[in-house]
Structures are given as structure tokens and as C-alpha cells.
Design a protein around this ligand. Structure first.
Ligand code: GAP
Length: 509
């Protein structure tokens, strides 16, 4: 996996209508992207698959769609006004701004690079007899660098934990970290920068109020907890799910759609009886990884990363990391958020947010286990994992997007072999019939080979070819994207053949 693959994914995404830089005619806007004709279909299919698995498949989970703007007190209660910060530092010579933690992490990465070089040397020297585990345990250079990393991490954690920003700057100076642009070590003080975007509601004359664009969708769920519980007569344990936009003024937004300033989250808050949260945390870890595995992107491409240092509201937290082109990175978070949010909203609103438990015959503030996945990151995981360049037996190459068939933007392309002899009319009649069930496209331009390649590149699982035999016996050939094999089948069978392969059921099996 490499930068090269990420570059290929970005250019493929643009060339085939998946993702464009936002407002490109004005040279784009940093860290914002637009989903094109194929990208928006793929994105909708991912949303639907998540919604189906979370809401439709769980009798005790319902969905909502809360507004992006919320009362400003929401963000005071949630802790975002006071604590949703990144530590920033500027280089006085290049005038470039950096996240202090990223500078330090990059420095640590360089030390890790030295360790890997040492290990590679060992491999070279000892060949097949090389025992990497033993080497890492005993080689003095490796051990020295491991200790160095541990010391830096400890110092950094301690200073941030105490909100001691001068100590963070001192660490950057001690490590002699230089600005990658100017090469100088002429740094400003470190200061905290709040990641929420703010705007004003109402006219200035009326006395406008500062409000925020939500940095997570979760709070829209918490403030509606009682509305949904009462009107839906929900019994604990139950969940509320939501898909929607979130906004963060990320300082270092990079790596394509991995880290954006406007992105989409798919979140679910699961309300449980206090004391049972550990068990539900484990349940959701298992359930969510099963969902990921059902997509067939390769179980080896996922791993859990448990948080050692918890956010102030959590008593357990883990990330599901995915093997992106840039390496393993966070794709989804599963957090046991205790009763922190509901209690904070009770305090700030003065309203009770409690559940009357008929079995216990008492009211309490439920605990919450949250699953939170970035839709754009899921999109990138699927796109980068599916993009393949294959060498074919006849010596040619093809680019294929081997998307899970159920998520493909277009499920079937219908093509007449030639543009005459009544073949287009017959093909269009099939198209009109199938389009009620599937997202279809009609294509009569260029040679069949070129048309197949176009569909391979956007991940269309099936191509249906109408030829002269079709006019005689109402059969067509259906070509499978992955095997590239064509079978002759009756037109009347098409819907069932395609339906079986592209339904969510086929993934959930
Ligand atoms: N409600 C919990 C929450 O928001 P988070 O770990 O901050 O937790 C959840 O975000 C998920 O949202 C992440 O795992 C990631 O997939 C996605 N995400 C967060 N920031 C993002 C960004 N700037 N761009 C794209 N996706 C992002």
C-alpha cells in the first residue's frame, strides 16, 4: 500500500465521476469534495446498507434526522465549547500552521523508520535465519530508539493532560523539530484552537446569536432521547440512529476524503441500563466488525485499536481501523459514553432526561454505548480496496472496480451489439423493464470491448448484450464483471439472476 495507490484512487475517482474537488473551477476549496454521479450512488448505497443493518435489522433501533444547527447550550453541555480543541503552533518564518501533536507524531514516525531500517539490515545480514522478534528484543540501537519513543510519548501525554502548553512547545524545541517548509525552528507559542465552525443566527440588528455547525451528529440524538423514547414507547435497551453531516475546522485536513472539514457520520446511540454497558460495548464491537466483514473487503484489513487514554466521558473506547492506502487508520469508533451526555444536558437544560424502568420500578439516566462511523472514510475504504489493475490472459490489462455488487452505483448495463437491425429498440425495452428494479444504464456507443471496460471501471457487476439471436429466441448474454464470462439466458430470467447477486440479503448471509 502506498502514496501511489492513493494517487491512483484519487485520479480514478475523478475520471469516472465518483469524487471531484469542490468548486474546482475556482481551483477548489481545501479539504472539501463533491461526490459525482457515480460517487453519490455509491455513497447512498453505503448509507442504505448501514441503515438496513442498524435500523431495519434491529427491532429496538429507530432512526431520526435532526437539524445541523442546535441551541448553542448543547455544545456547552457536551464539552465541545471548552474542550474540542487542537494544540496549534506556527512557524514564524514560513508562516505555516501545524498541529503540535502531529509534529511530534511525525518525529516519532522518523524514529520508527530508524528502527525499521535496523531490522531490514538484520534481514539482509542473516537471511532466512533472521529472528525478527529476538532481534527487536536485543538489538541495542532498536532498544535505544524504543525507549526514546516511549519517553517522548509520555512527556507529550503528561503535558497535554495538564493542559501545559508551554511544556508542549518545550518538547518540540527539545526534539529540535524544524518546519518542513522553512527548515527553521523559530516557533510561536502553542495555543488551543477550537474545531467548531461558528456562524450567526438572526440579523445583527436583532442581536444575533453565535451558533455552531454540529461537529458530531450524536448530540442531535441525545437531545431527542425522551421525544423518541416516549413517542416510540421504546424500552431499554434501545438505540437511536442517524446519518448526517458534521463539520470540523480541521487544521491539517489531508489524505483526500479521509479528513475533511465537512463530512458525514453514521452514528447510533444505544441506551442501556447502568452497569450493563460493558456487555453492550462487547456486543457492538462484535456486531460492527461482522457488518464490515460482510462486505468482503478482507478480514485482514481491519483491526481494533483500544484506547488507553479515554475521553473524559468514556469508560471504554475502541477504534475499528482499516488498512487504507496510507496504512491502518481509524474508520469507526465504538465508545461507552456512560451517562455523561444525558446528565450534562439535564444540568444545562434543567429538564429531566430519565427513563422509568418498569422492572426496577425506578427512574434513572441510562448509560450509552455509541457506534460512530465516517461515511466518507467508509467510501474511501471500499473504493481503494476495490480498485484493481489486472493483467489478462491475452496480454492486455484492465482496470476494474471490484465493488461489493450490492453497493455498485449501476447494477446492470444494457447494450445492443450494433446500432441497427432493431437491436437498440429491443435493448431499450429490456432497459425500461429492468430500471424499475435496479439502477441501470443503456450504452450503444463504441465496440463491445470498450463498453465492457467502461463498466468495469465503475464497478457495474453485469452487462447484458442484445444480439441477433435475441430477436429470434428472446435470449441475451449476461457478462459477469469479475469472471468476465458471458452466459446466454432468457430475458425473463434477468431480473432474478441480477437480483440475487445485488441484494443486501446476499451480503448479510
Ligand atoms: N460521536 C463520536 C465522534 O464523533 P469521532 O471519533 O470524533 O467520534 C467518529 O468521529 C468518526 O467520524 C471517525 O471514526 C471518522 O470515521 C469520522 N470522522 C471524524 N472526523 C472526520 C473528518 N475530519 N473527516 C472525515 N471523517 C471524519
Amino acid at each position: 500500500m502506498s502514496d501511489d495507490l492513493l494517487k491512483k484512487v484519487i485520479s480514478h475517482a475523478k475520471e469516472y465521476g465518483f469524487v471531484f474537488p469542490s468548486s474546482e473551477i475556482y481551483d477548489g476549496l481545501s479539504a472539501t469534495y463533491d461526490y459525482g454521479q457515480n460517487g453519490s450512488e455509491l455513497k447512498n448505497n453505503i448509507k442504505n446498507y448501514w441503515w438496513t443493518a442498524m435500523v431495519k435489522m434491529h427491532e429496538n433501533i429507530v432512526g431520526i434526522d435532526a437539524s445541523i444547527f442546535m441551541h448553542p447550550a448543547t455544545w456547552k453541555a457536551s464539552g465541545h465549547v471548552d474542550a474540542f480543541n487542537d494544540p496549534l503552533i506556527d512557524n514564524k518564518d514560513s508562516k505555516k500552521r501545524y498541529r503540535a501533536d502531529v509534529l511530534i507524531e511525525d518525529h516519532i514516525e522518523k524514529i520508527r523508520g530508524k528502527i525499521n531500517k535496523e531490522v531490514a539490515k538484520g534481514f539482509k545480514r542473516f537471511g532466512d535465519d533472521f529472528d525478527e522478534v529476538e532481534f527487536r528484543k536485543t538489538n541495542p540501537n532498536v532498544l535505544r530508539n524504543v525507549v526514546k519513543i516511549e519517553e517522548i510519548e509520555q512527556k507529550f501525554k503528561d503535558s497535554l493532560g495538564k493542559d501545559d502548553l508551554p511544556a508542549v512547545k518545550a518538547l518540540i524545541e527539545e526534539l529540535e523539530i524544524a518546519c518542513p517548509i522553512s527548515g527553521s525552528k523559530n516557533w510561536t507559542e502553542v495555543r488551543q484552537f477550537n474545531l467548531m465552525f461558528s456562524t450567526e443566527m438572526g440579523s445583527v440588528a436583532e442581536g444575533a446569536n453565535t451558533i455552531y455547525l454540529r461537529p458530531e451528529t450524536a448530540q442531535g440524538i441525545f437531545v431527542n432521547f425522551l421525544n423518541v423514547q416516549k413517542t416510540g414507547r421504546m424500552k431499554i435497551p434501545f438505540g437511536i440512529a442517524q446519518i448526517g453531516k458534521a463539520f470540523r475546522n480541521e487544521i491539517i485536513a489531508r489524505q483526500f476524503i479521509f479528513r475533511m472539514r465537512e463530512f458525514e457520520q453514521m452514528e447510533m446511540q444505544f441506551f442501556v441500563k447502568p452497569g450493563t454497558q460493558k456487555e453492550w460495548f462487547e456486543y457492538w464491537k462484535k456486531t460492527r466488525i461482522e457488518w464490515h466483514n460482510s462486505l468482503g473487503l478482507g478480514e485482514e484489513n481491519y483491526r481494533f485499536h483500544d484506547h488507553l487514554k479515554m475521553a473524559h466521558y468514556a469508560d471504554a473506547a475502541t477504534d475499528i481501523e482499516f488498512n487504507f492506502p496510507m496504512g491502518f487508520k481509524e474508520l469507526e469508533g465504538i465508545h461507552s459514553r456512560t451517562d455523561f451526555d444525558l446528565k450534562a444536558h439535564e444540568e444545562h437544560s434543567g429538564k429531566k432526561l430519565q427513563y422509568f424502568d418498569p422492572q426496577e420500578n425506578k427512574s434513572y439516566v441510562p448509560f450509552v454505548v455509541e457506534t460512530s462511523i465516517g461515511l466518507d472514510r467508509m467510501f474511501l475504504a471500499i473504493l481503494s480496496n476495490s480498485l484493481k489493475e489486472e493483467k489478462l490472459e491475452n496480454g492486455t490489462e484492465r482496470t476494474v472496480l471490484a465493488l461489493p455488487a450490492a453497493l455498485a452505483p449501476i447494477k446492470v448495463a444494457i447494450m445492443p451489439l450494433t446500432k441497427k437491425d432493431g437491436l437498440p429498440e429491443k435493448a431499450k425495452a429490456i432497459f425500461d423493464d429492468l430500471k424499475l428494479d435496479f439502477n441501470c444504464t443503456y450504452d450503444e456507443k463504441d465496440s463491445p470491448g470498450k463498453r465492457y471496460r467502461r463498466q468495469d471501471a465503475i464497478g457495474t457487476p453485469f452487462c447484458v448484450m442484445v444480439d441477433h439471436q435475441t430477436l429470434e429466441d428472446n435470449t441475451v448474454t449476461i457478462r459477469d464483471r469479475d469472471t468476465m464470462k458471458s452466459d446466454r439466458v432468457a430475458i425473463s430470467e434477468l431480473s432474478a439472476i441480477i437480483g440475487e447477486k445485488v441484494s443486501f440479503k446476499s451480503l448479510m448471509k
